[in-house]
Design a protein around this ligand. Structure first.
Ligand code: DAT
Ligand code: MG
Length: 146
């Protein structure tokens, strides 16, 4: 079985609300390993790269503004099927309908903002994970996801 890595971001809403420990705890309790971790301020250039797939959408500009509105935590989690597994822990994009028991379902709600604020980001495929890990952790090897 091939071990995977995924990029997780704890977004500014998660950091502001003091949920760094809660999110990390859920990842570790599930059994995934955290193999890289940093707190940082993401700038526009980094976020435009990270969210390139959403360029041109109505929520793109609010998304970049929100994600640069305060510190975030970036981490790499590792384990078999961690990409799918973290998406499952995170829950649906819209926190109003995200299942209870998930990070977004338990910890977030609609704030009436132009962009959905939902505590965490998780890569959605091996290709995305490799690309995003390179953006946030330039020196980190990607060999395990290839
Ligand atoms: P996810 O974070 O679940 O992978 P995504 O990649 O489609 O979701 O979108 C990135 C983020 O942008 C998402 O976490 C919240 C916000 N977002 C997505 N769709 C939106 C929409 N229709 N209106 C407002 N914000 C949205
Ligand atoms: Mg996404």
């Amino acid at each position: 079985m091939i071990t995977e890595r995924t990029l997780v971001l704890i977004k500014p809403d998660g950091v502001k609300r003091g949920l760094i420990g809660e999110v990390i705890s859920r990842i570790e309790t599930k059994g995934y390993a955290i193999v890289a971790l940093k707190m940082m301020q993401a700038d526009r250039q980094l976020l435009e790269q990270h969210y390139a797939e959403h360029a041109g959408k109505t929520f793109f500009e609010p998304l970049v503004e929100f994600m640069s509105s305060g510190p975030i935590v970036a981490l790499i989690a590792e384990g078999n099927r961690v990409i799918e597994g973290f998406r499952s822990l995170a829950g649906a994009t819209d926190p109003t309908v995200a299942a209870p028991g998930t990070i977004r379902g338990d910890l977030a709600r609609d704030q009436g903002t132009k962009v959905v604020q939902n505590i965490v980001h998780g890569s959605d495929s091996v290709e995305s994970a490799n690309r995003e890990i390179q953006i946030f952790f330039k020196d980190f090897s990607i060999e395990r996801n290839t």
